[in-house]
Design a protein around this ligand. Structure first.
Ligand code: KG4
Ligand code: ZN
Length: 355
């Protein structure tokens, strides 16, 4: 039988990503247009602006992807598209475009949940059996889920306020790290990770361990964030704002922040491991870390060590697939189709950005 060819369309936030995969997870085409440099200039994502940028780019991203794969749209077997969760204005652009292509070439659509796509992405490149525990850490989310199949997810805990990537981004902006040419076009998490590597005294600043007494798997990053703002203000008051706008101890500060975020993630993941070990039975135990913050080597190493204590192997997608992209959407559609081909939908009109 011929291999399935599946397109994936991702527009939930500020990246326009389209990719084309075959059913074995070989990436035939992959194009990503990031809006990062427009949004850092305005200090964050402005939804109508993100929508305009998706609209301006999506047709070109699609054409480049098809060309890269040296295929024609007629050869597609299905089109996966992110329908939730995300910025509604951004999601709409992807879904409308997917419907347009589906109608034009008479192809079925597969609605994809953005977080489920992050969760399954590591399976594309590595042999990770179901079930697995998954820690999803990104700019919009922080969740622990137990994944039994492409369609069976149990939520164990999630953030009560900020996501870790969001905390990194806001604190990096408050530190004015983006004034440094090196970090000008980086996201906050990557800038903090880099700055932390040059620390001399990582324990110079103190950070709280959130929810230490809560006997559940929830997260909270607002305390770490507010504590960070207080610390930065105190240093600025003491020393005055330096001419370049950045406090001198920012390396030490970033190292402390990174360690605090990692400690909280480990603390909650340890609870989830203890809770779910019996659910694995005799099956191999796996922890999958995914989402943009999974790019962070320090955090992933900490989590890998923790997992080892539970006879559990830690995995993450390769770095280019940790952050938002079209590949993970196509891969999720493939996993769904393999499990149950009824997930392919011809009733385009009934698909919305909620379902
Ligand atoms: O998954 P993603 O691309 O988009 C969302 O769905 O949110 O994640 C983006 C987030 C940003 O907040 C960014 O600061 C964070 O991932 N991030 C990192 C690193 N690279 C990206 N956080 C920590 N360390 C990194 N190396
Ligand atoms: Zn994401």
């Amino acid at each position: 039988a011929r291999h399935l060819s599946v397109l994936g369309i991702e527009t939930s936030c500020d990246d326009t990503g389209i990719a084309l995969l075959n059913q074995n997870g070989e990436v035939l085409g992959n194009v990503l247009n990031s809006q990062q440099k427009f949004h850092t200039r305005y200090g964050g994502i402005i939804p109508p602006r993100a929508q305009d940028l998706h609209r301006a780019k999506i047709a070109e991203v699609f054409e480049n992807c098809i060309a890269q794969a040296q295929m024609t749209p007629e050869q597609l077997d299905a089109i996966g598209v992110t329908t939730r969760p995300g910025l509604p204005l951004s999601l709409l652009v992807g879904l409308r475009f997917a419907k347009h292509i589906a109608r034009k070439y008479k192809k079925p659509l597969v609605p994809v949940h953005h977080m489920e796509a992050h969760a399954l992405q590591a399976r594309m490149e590595q042999n990770i059996p179901y079930p697995f525990l998954c820690l999803l850490i990104s700019g919009g989310h922080c969740q622990l889920v137990f994944v039994r199949s492409p369609s069976k997810f149990s939520l164990l805990g999630e953030t009560l306020d900020d996501a870790p990537g969001e905390a990194f981004d806001k604190i990096a902006r408050r530190l004015r790290l983006f004034l440094l040419p090196k970090y000008e076009h980086w996201n906050g998490g990557r800038a903090v990770e880099d700055a932390a590597q040059h620390a001399r005294n990582p324990s110079r600043f103190e950070f709280p361990l959130p929810l230490a007494r809560d006997r559940n798997c929830n997260f909270s990053f607002a305390g770490i964030k507010n504590n960070s703002f207080r610390n930065i203000r105190a240093v600025e008051r003491q020393e005055g704002t330096p001419p370049d706008g950045i406090i001198h101890q920012y390396h030490d500060f970033c190292a402390g922040l990174l360690a605090a975020v990692s400690r909280h993630l480990m603390n909650r993941t340890q609870r989830a491991l203890e809770y779910t070990i019996p659910w694995f039975g005799n099956a191999p135990r796996s922890l999958v870390v995914s989402g943009g913050v999974a790019n962070n080597d320090y955090i992933f190493n900490d989590l890998s060590h923790l997992a080892t204590h539970y006879d559990c192997q830690a995995y993450r997608p390769s770095k280019k697939y940790c952050s938002d992209n079209g590949v993970m959407i196509a891969w999720n559609a493939i996993e769904k189709i393999k499990e149950n081909s009824n997930c392919m939908r011809w009733d385009y009109d009934s698909l919305s950005i909620c379902g």
